[in-house]
Write a protein that binds this ligand. Structure first.
Ligand SMILES: O=C(NCCCCCn1ccnc1)c1cc(-c2ccc(F)cc2)cc(O)c1O
Ligand SMILES: [Mg+2]
Length: 215
């Protein structure tokens, strides 16, 4: 079986980054994906926005929709306070198969749990199967046409509390227009737009923060 791009990224990290050092893993993924092969990690520019919003929130329970190679999970886990946890959902087995060793190499496996499957089936099981009460921070970075339905599902399942922060990647490119429309007009969120660029590119993109105002 020929090696995938995602497997090449993992190999580059394992051979060049410092084992157990999440910052080193993040830097080496960015180095490979900016110099060798583009890949859809949130990247260094939008990653700084993620860091800033994450630190402001200081979350205890974090949910990520869309793991890919584990870049943003590792980026967030490196900032997680003791006793906190991050659950990340990945639908594509070949991506989860790379993210798992990537997260282990970074040494954050005790804080991060990869849930394999579709968000629409996993979200309703978070309270019962994964002992989640509510989530403080949700990083949304999966199929762009699922952002809105999964946001509504999080509300319906009672997983959001007053002050829960949603941060969505790619609201300009590839784009999530219906998500922007929903969070900005529903009356349930206070929204902030963070203009940026597509990872490792000069194409315009943005992230949107939506703070839940409570039911
Ligand atoms: O499609 C993206 N992400 C979803 C991947 C599949 C998620 C699977 N999954 C996980 C859980 N449930 C479903 C994405 C794409 C681009 C991009 C940018 C420019 C370009 F020319 C082409 C593409 C940039 C991103 O930052 C992205 O995030
Ligand atoms: Mg993205």
């Amino acid at each position: 079986m020929a090696q995938s791009k995602e497997q090449r990224i993992l190999e580059f990290v394992q051979e060049n980054a410092v084992k157990g050092d999440p910052q080193s893993v993040v830097e080496h993924i960015d180095k490979y994906c900016s110099q060798k092969e583009w890949a859809m990690n949130v990247g260094d520019e939008k990653g700084l926005i993620l860091d800033k919003v994450f630190k402001e929130t200081n979350p205890t329970t974090v949910l990520e929709l869309g793991t890919y190679c584990g870049y943003s999970a590792i980026r967030m886990a490196r900032l997680l306070k003791k006793g906190s946890r991050l659950l990340t959902v990945e639908m594509q087995p070949e991506h989860a198969a790379v993210a798992k060793p990537m997260i282990e190499f970074a040494g954050v496996q005790d804080k991060v749990q990869i849930l394999e499957g579709a968000t629409e089936t996993i979200i309703p099981s978070l309270k019962t199967k994964y002992e989640v009460d509510q989530v403080d921070f949700v990083f949304i970075d999966h199929f762009k046409n699922f952002y809105t339905s999964d946001t509504k599902l999080l509300e319906k399942c009672g997983l959001l509390k007053k002050g829960s922060v949603l941060l969505a990647d790619n609201v300009v490119y590839p784009g999530a227009p219906d998500f922007l429309e929903y969070v900005r007009t529903s009356g349930h969120y206070d929204c902030t737009n963070y203009p940026s660029h597509v990872e490792y590119s000069d194409k315009l993109d943005a992230m949107e923060k939506a703070v839940f105002k409570g039911n």
